[in-house]
Design a protein around this ligand. Structure first.
Ligand code: COA
Length: 385
């Protein structure tokens, strides 16, 4: 095949049985289970194991996995020291990429990826997966304190993943409602077929790079505003608009200038992203009895969505997952620049499920290109140019 398709639109890059999107009908499923069912009944821990193993775990399998995650939350003192040397003004995604990449130096354990064969040691793959997922939340929460000049709060083993993250972030054990909202957000963001960051993960994984390096490449890819970074841009956009009555004029102006409306549009969905629908309801329920800045952002967001629909529905462009997630995190008191890092915590589950799948039938990625440069020509020495 020599046809070049920009952005590889419609080009299958792998075979996978982890998740599926029906973009016309707005359906997302993980291992055959709809995202709505998982958001209602599952937990991040259970959904992670489902993504990794392909089946819903029994209670003892889940308890065992949960125990492993809890036991691996602590990171080495050296990681904390390294994080302290980073500038407090740096973006949490850049910190996360640095810290996760450095984990590979402090916890090498890459023996089965150093030979010419693909790693067949499922025990190694599982153990690295658990360690990385367990530490992602720790690192993001630690950074909030380190960048403000404080020592981080150590993790607690008696809390769920979501509870522990919020506890480490704020110093308080969260209300059950807040912990459940975060848990649902983690489920919703955990996996999404071959998006840009997962593709990046597959490409680096296919070279048999170590899992922490592979994670670092996926984190970098997620950070861009066309991908995970859009949730921050949505909040900036809502602040810039200022009030719901200015939404329509803003949308018209942006579209007339051929600029994007953040949190809108998706390569796969031609209808509203099902995760946006779930998140919108969560925001609505949370803010029902409140009258604060987050409430104002929500009202502006709904006005933007309505105005954008009039102009963009004909192109199949609707709200995506990033449109409402930022407002939810804002309402939970989470700093805006941490939104994408929380996305990365959650997506580590999907990335590592794909890493494992890639190793199961590995072949290095090496696509071709359409050369558009000069034809073959003679070198001209410096004095003759
Ligand atoms: N605002 C305005 N117009 C948009 C748009 C948006 N957010 N998203 C897509 N469109 C328009 C494009 O301008 C294009 O119009 P045209 O056919 O008249 O040129 C059409 O819809 C198709 O979009 P395209 O850019 O080809 O889609 P893509 O699949 O290459 O890009 C995104 C997908 C996500 C990168 C794109 O929708 C976008 O930039 N969205 C904003 C960033 C964002 O929210 N990212 C998070 C994704 S989860």
């Amino acid at each position: 095949m020599n046809e070049y398709l920009p952005g590889l639109e419609g080009v299958p890059a792998t075979k996978s049985n982890i998740s599926d999107i029906n973009g016309e009908r707005g359906i997302l499923s993980y291992r055959g289970y709809s995202i709505e069912q998982l958001a209602e009944h599952s937990t991040f821990e259970e959904t992670t194991l489902l993504l990794l193993d392909g089946v819903l775990p029994t209670s003892s399998q889940l308890a065992n996995f949960d125990h492993q995650l809890r036991r691996n939350r602590v990171v080495q003192y050296h990681i904390r020291e390294l994080m302290k040397t980073l500038p407090s003004t740096g973006h949490p995604m850049e910190m996360l990429q640095t810290a996760v990449a450095s984990l590979g130096m402090f916890y090498p354990g890459n023996e089965c990826l150093t030979g010419s064969d693909v790693c067949n040691d499922l025990g190694y793959v599982h153990s690295m997966t658990v360690k990385i997922i367990a530490r992602m939340g720790t690192i993001v929460a630690m950074w909030e304190h380190i960048r403000n000049g404080y020592d981080p709060i150590p993790p607690r083993e008696d809390l769920t993943y979501a509870e522990n993250f919020l506890y480490m972030l704020t110093g308080k054990v969260p209300e059950p409602e807040m912990a459940r909202i975060l848990d649902v957000c983690l489920i919703l963001h955990a996996e999404h077929t071959i998006n840009a960051s997962t593709f990046s993960m597959l490409v680096s994984g296919s070279t048999l790079a170590t899992p922490n390096s592979v994670m670092a490449s996926a984190i970098a890819t997620l950070s861009g505003p066309l991908h995970g970074g859009a949730n921050e841009r949505v909040l900036e956009m809502l602040d810039e608009i200022g009030s719901p009555d200015k939404a329509e004029e803003y949308v018209e102006r942006k579209l007339d200038n051929k600029e994007v409306i953040w949190g809108m549009g998706h390569r796969e969905y031609k209808t509203k992203d099902p995760r946006a629908t779930i998140l919108q309801k969560l925001v609505k329920d949370l803010l029902e009895s409140r009258d604060d800045e987050a409430n104002k952002s929500f009202e502006i967001a709904m006005a933007v969505e309505k105005a954008a629909e009039q102009r963009l529905a004909s192109k199949g462009v609707y709200a995506n997952v990033d449109f409402y997630s930022g407002i939810l995190y804002k309402a939970m008191g989470i700093p805006t620049d941490q939104f994408t890092a929380i996305f990365a915590i959650s997506r580590s589950a999907g990335w590592l499920a794909h890493w494992r799948e890639q190793l199961g039938s590995n072949r290095i990625f090496r696509p071709t290109q359409v050369y558009t440069g000069e034809p073959s020509r003679e070198y001209v020495s410096l004095d003759k140019r």
